[in-house]
Design a binder for this molecule. Structure first.
Ligand code: COA
Length: 164
């Protein structure tokens, strides 16, 4: 899949170094899961087997070839997929998340899905802004008990969605 500036291709096991660098970065994981960077060992044992099943794309800048992170459009139930993204801070603030997420929403429409959903911590302003910019709207705010405290968790999580 291509956008104006990005190339998106399926994530594969040989992306281990790039993914370990991405998820090993505390700023990337700040509002995700337990809020802590993921070890290379866990990337290999836990993360890669899941994200190479299909539905996850590695994103590269076309011009330089640089790996900037991943985008996700993974099946939730028939007709519905979950949108997500994690970009390395070296590449934040250039509109790449919006560009990749918009392409995945278009892809979802093109393959006949009926709904795209997404989840974020309420305090994850950047992620929420990306979701809004590609057309998703907040459905609800909810509070779940997570095993580890992450800064801002008291404000809960938000669910976003777009009917296609
Ligand atoms: C959230 C994230 C994907 C944004 O990536 P990005 O490429 O910098 O986003 P964009 O450049 O497309 O910005 C989209 C909009 O969000 C805004 N934005 C981005 N990061 C922001 C932040 N930290 N705080 C406030 N606004 C932010 C931008 O200003 C822009 O809005 P605008 O067009 O009105 O100015 C990136 O910071 C990231 O990967 N974070 C860590 C992983 C993560 O939290 N993923 C989401 C889990 S739910």
């Amino acid at each position: 899949m291509e956008t104006a500036r990005l190339l998106l291709r399926p994530l594969v096991e040989s992306d281990v170094d790039s993914v370990a660098r991405l998820l090993g970065e505390p700023r990337v994981m700040r509002y995700i899961e337990d809020g802590k960077p993921v070890s290379r060992d866990d990337v290999e044992r836990v993360v890669l087997p899941r994200v190479t099943e299909g539905g996850w794309w590695a994103a590269h800048v076309k011009e330089s070839g640089a790996f900037i992170g991943w985008f996700e459009l993974s099946p939730v139930e028939p007709g519905v997929a979950e949108l997500g993204y994690r970009l390395h801070p070296d590449h934040w603030g250039r509109g790449y998340a919006t560009e990749g997420a918009a392409a995945l929403v278009e892809h979802a429409r093109a393959v006949g899905l009926t709904r795209v959903v997404a989840y974020a911590m309420t305090v994850n302003t950047g992620s929420r802004r990306v979701l809004a910019k590609v057309g998703l709207r907040r459905v609800r705010t909810f509070h779940e008990q997570w095993p580890d405290y992450v800064e801002g968790a008291e404000h809960g999580d938000v669910e976003y969605a777009l009917d296609l």
